[in-house]
Design a protein around this ligand. Structure first.
Ligand code: NMX
Ligand code: MLT
Length: 418
């Protein structure tokens, strides 16, 4: 099938049967013991949800439908030769479990473009907020305005049968995914630029178009955006945003409502907002680097100076943003692939060098504390420096990029959980 809907129409009845059979055959099988720590820790380490799109191994990190990030980089279609996987490809993979062909991905790009028109009142709803409102607040507000277009809500009111819930849900997911970049880009243009909307370019794929609508057309940034959306799309079901979407969708709240709720969870500094915080940190260090460069005539910061900075942060009662994780116990592969991207495209960038040095300095210090279960860097420790390099320097906006990406991971949950 060239289109995703036809592919799903074939797969979903099979999937529904499989879930029924698993329930019938294994419904009473126990899946482990619940400890007090798990309960106090908010279900830490507890197998608690059926999550189809991805799984996170503590040591190995994310697998999307069984595929690691390097697998995705090798096997999913790219927009340019040797480039990063296209977000359309990860969406196809998440929903179907199959690797799409380039033709299927191109047809999905086209479909998303054709669904991308955002009603004017969504922009006006955002305009009702003060420009000083946090970008995540403006973004979630825009998403709530889009909710008025929910197909699921209409279908439910007209009495659609339960076995067909997935169809209007799928429509909502596709419309939502197609429309969030324009809403998110408007938030950026409104807060940081001239407030003018840059229209979608019909020749560009999803990731490239989002970057274009933000106002960034450097081909390397377009490819970084594809990678960014791909790796931030999903991270199993235990994290706050994905879990929230699943929970909110369970009483048949439509995908817009579920996604807006997810965004509000993502806006917490221990979750998605950590990428903003790490950048604030690194920008402070950047200022510090500049003062060192000015004073000593060299950009090289000593390891001891960096250690002092880390201790100072910890001694003031703060966490080191970008380090640690609820599930992972090794370096996040999403950090590693961003590092590889940086090594390829910006090996000499001073902020990148600083982030690299932080990876040497921070883990031993966190280990020394004796209580941190994972002293290694997570996804948020790296994205800020790459965005900053390409000119997207407004760190308060970074979590919105994470949010746009997370709309992908939520789609399989709400479409297939029904
Ligand atoms: N810096 C300082 N202390 C830390 C850190 C860190 N990066 N990570 C964990 N700890 C502390 C934690 O605060 C807790 O202390 P206490 O017992 O005094 O409350 C102790 O170590 C044990 O925590 P863990 O079991 O290792 O971690 P937990 O699963 O509770 O939390 C995070 C996971 C991600 C919330 C935590 O590691 C953290 O706050 N990291 C910094 C924020 C961050 O980078 N968040 C982004 C996560 C990824 N994302 O994309 O959402
Ligand atoms: C995420 O991508 O959601 C974060 O890494 C948080 C998590 O998975 O717990």
């Amino acid at each position: 099938n060239l289109d995703l809907y036809s592919e799903l129409k074939e797969l979903i009845p099979e999937y529904q049967e499989r879930v029924k059979k698993v329930k019938k055959d294994y419904g009473t099988v126990q899946l482990g013991n619940t400890t007090v720590d798990m309960v106090i820790g908010g279900m830490r380490g507890m197998t608690a949800l059926l999550w189809l799109g991805s799984s996170v191994d503590p040591d190995e990190g994310i697998r999307f439908r069984g595929m690691t990030i390097p697998d995705c980089q090798k096997k999913l279609p790219a927009a340019i030769p040797g480039g990063e996987p296209m977000p359309e490809a990860i969406l196809w993979l998440l929903l179907t479990g199959k690797i799409p062909s380039k033709q299927q991905v191109d047809s999905l790009s086209q479909e998303l473009r054709s669904r991308a028109t955002v009603p004017d009142y969504a922009f006006k709803t955002i305009d009702a907020l003060p420009v000083s409102a946090h970008p995540m607040t403006q973004f979630a507000t825009g998403v709530m305005a889009l909710q008025t277009q929910s197909e699921f809500q209409k279908a439910y009111e007209s009495g659609i049968s339960k076995s067909r819930y997935w169809e209007p849900t799928y429509e909502d997911c596709m419309n939502l995914i197609a429309r969030v970049p324009a809403v998110a880009a408007y938030v950026y243009r409104r807060i940081y630029k001239d407030g003018k909307i840059i229209p979608l370019d019909d020749s560009l794929d999803y990731g490239a178009n989002y970057s274009h609508m933000l106002g960034f057309d450097d081909p390397k940034m377009l490819d970084f955006m594809r990678l960014y959306i791909t790796i931030h799309s999903d991270h199993e079901g235990g994290n706050v945003s994905s879990h929230t979407a699943h929970l909110v969708a369970s009483p048949l709240s439509d995908p817009y409502l579920a996604f807006a709720a997810a965004l509000n969870g993502l806006a917490g500094p221990l979750h998605g907002l950590a990428n903003q915080v790490i950048n604030v940190g690194t920008l402070e260090v950047l200022r510090w680097i500049r003062s060192i460069v000015a004073e000593f005539g060299t950009p090289h910061i000593s390891t001891d100076q960096l250690k002092d900075y880390v201790y100072k942060t910890l001694n003031s009662g703060q966490v080191i943003p970008g380090y640690g994780h609820g599930v992972l116990r090794k370096t996040d592969p999403r950090y590693t692939c961003q590092r590889e991207f940086a090594l390829k495209h910006l090996p000499d960038d001073p902020l990148f060098l600083l982030v690299s040095k932080l990876k040497e300095v921070v883990p031993p210090i966190l280990t020394e504390l004796g209580k941190v279960k994972n002293p290694w860097p997570n996804v948020d420790a790296h994205s800020g420096v790459l965005l900053n390099y390409f000119g997207l320097t407004e760190e308060n906006y970074f979590t919105v990029l994470f949010g746009v990406s997370r709309s992908f991971g939520i789609a399989p949950q709400v479409c297939l959980a029904l």
